[in-house]
Design a protein around this ligand. Structure first.
Ligand code: GDP
Ligand code: K
Ligand code: MG
Length: 274
């Protein structure tokens, strides 16, 4: 048995709080995140002899440095190092939700996708191949219906499998193309010399340095590198782009490609009544 911390992350209205309540029942406390008036919910449960702490992170569409909620979510994951990040994905809105998933996976902590609202997705005629989705992302995917407490045990068993090393965790990474991948490699090499970088996932950190993410540059004590001058030098990245939007576009393309393989959408989407 073990003490295990599970962070619940996902888009607003994906069902995080419903899942949190299903997991923890009345055994939870509500407070604020330090220094801000954003609600923090933390709860306890016992599962198969393990003491599990569940933390309901603020709902976000992204993990940029521009919003307090997004900073809280990402700082919690990178600084507090939960054993598992459960990413609640609204199956009825899957393409939009998976954009955040790609960002959560890049943080480097183990991610499990809890594919929620399966009832809604089915009613709307979506057919989601969970196995293909899991293979494409390289992370476990567990379908759930949080309001009916369906799939919760499977979700917890999957979390335990990861924590106890019964399944290996080898996520797939977004491929940003030859030019940017080379720059990521170079940036990682540069970061190996930075003591403050050592406790973070270097690929994630490198992407943030390239995006000139202010919070990460501050944290590492390095200046922006006038990246835009170098953009012109590559074939794949056009002058109008900045790295941040280039990287976001690549994530959207990656997600769209996964959706085309793993999800069948209803043909008459515009005509559904739900
Ligand atoms: P949060 O913003 O991520 O915390 O989302 P909530 O837990 O507040 O859920 C948003 C809404 O979706 C609420 O009305 C829930 O009752 C509903 N909901 C959550 N999970 C499910 C589900 O699996 N199926 C259905 N039909 N509704 C759900
Ligand atoms: K909400
Ligand atoms: Mg909530």
């Amino acid at each position: 048995s073990k003490n295990i911390t599970i962070a619940l992350a996902g888009n607003p209205n994906s069902g995080k709080t419903t899942l949190f309540n299903a997991l923890t029942g009345a055994r939870h406390s509500v407070g604020n995140w330090p220094g801000v008036t954003v609600e923090k919910k933390e709860g306890m449960l016992k599962y198969k002899e393990n003491d599990i702490i569940a933390v309901d992170l603020p709902g976000t569409y992204s993990l940029s440095p521009y919003s307090i909620e997004e900073m809280i979510a990402r700082n919690y994951i990178v600084d507090e190092a939960p054993d598992v990040v459960v990413n609640i994905v609204d199956a009825s809105n899957i393409e939009r939700n998976l954009y955040l998933s790609t960002q959560l996976i890049e943080l480097g902590k183990p991610v499990i996708i809890a594919l929620n609202m399966m009832d809604v997705a089915e009613r709307r005629g979506y057919r989601i191949d969970e196995k293909k989705l899991s293979e494409a992302l390289g992370v476990p995917v567990v379908p759930i219906i949080a309001t009916q407490k369906k799939g919760i045990e499977k979700l917890l068993d999957t979390a335990l499998d990861i924590v106890f090393g019964k399944v290996s965790y080898n996520p797939n990474q977004v491929n940003y193309g030859k030019d940017l991948e080379k720059k990521i490699e170079e940036t990682i090499e540069m970061l190996r010399e930075n003591k403050k970088a050592s406790k973070f996932n270097l690929r994630w950190l490198a992407l943030k340095v390239i995006e000139e993410d202010e919070a990460v540059l501050d944290l590492l004590g390095i200046a922006p590198q006038l990246q835009n001058d170098e953009i012109a030098a590559t074939d794949e990245i056009s002058l109008e782009d900045d790295y941040e939007s280039f990287i976001a576009d690549k994530k959207y393309t990656y997600v769209a490609n996964i959706i085309s393989k793993a999800v069948k959408k209803p043909k008459d989407q515009g005509l559904t009544t739900s």
